[in-house]
Ligand binder design. Sequence first.
Ligand code: C5P
Length: 243
Amino acid sequence: MSALRTNSVRTTVILPAAGTGTRFGAALPKQFVPLLDVPIIVRTLQIFEQTPAIDAVVIAASPDFHDHITALKEQFHLQKIVAVVEGGKERQDSILNALKTSVCAASDIVLVHDAVRPMITPEFIATIVEAAAIHGAAVPGLVPKETIKECRVEAEGGVTVQTTHERSRLRAIQTPQGFRRELLLAAYHKAHESGFLGTDDASVVEFAGFSVAVVPGLEENIKITTPLDFRWAEWLLRSVATA
Ligand code: C5P
């Protein structure tokens, strides 16, 4: 696909940021915690600001943080944020609220990206947009380094291996995940009606019966979840700055 065709599609990013995780012992949910002086969510947003393939950003967040996001938007000159919507009880509810905005309704492609994954690049994002336009649904994935075993968790808490999956057929899936807007909306409506809850957007699309293409993931695109991930992200950012 030519760069011209990718640039002619309107692409909006949904950033679910309504989680309440405060595992760093901070007063703020982890997406608002500063990483080398800049909040994690701002670092993520700055990459989308620098990506020509992205036109707009919609953030789903708890109303308690809407003023905070508005302040960050002004402080860091984040020009692509066009809407901040209320987060839902589940991540899926947050995405559905964002999908209902007029900016999403006017988009050809919708990307969904975890606010807590700031280690992406404009080139990587452009690859997902392009793959979503071609395939309808596209996600980045890496072959796991570890051997993955499916286990049986016993009632008393013991864990026994049930089966070992062939590693070459497995992928650890990341975000951004990209979709043609009407396909994602149809999948979300179907999941909502059926009460299906998935752990990522692709699983909602799979549930609705659509196929999802997998493109190569980015090793440094870590999801900052634990204090160790946070240290790892600091180290990666420092090494990029001194490279
Ligand atoms: O809970 P988990 O770490 O999988 O959350 C992934 C992303 O989804 C985070 O950016 C989090 O803020 C967001 N989220 C949300 N609404 C929820 C739960 C999580 O927007 N109800």
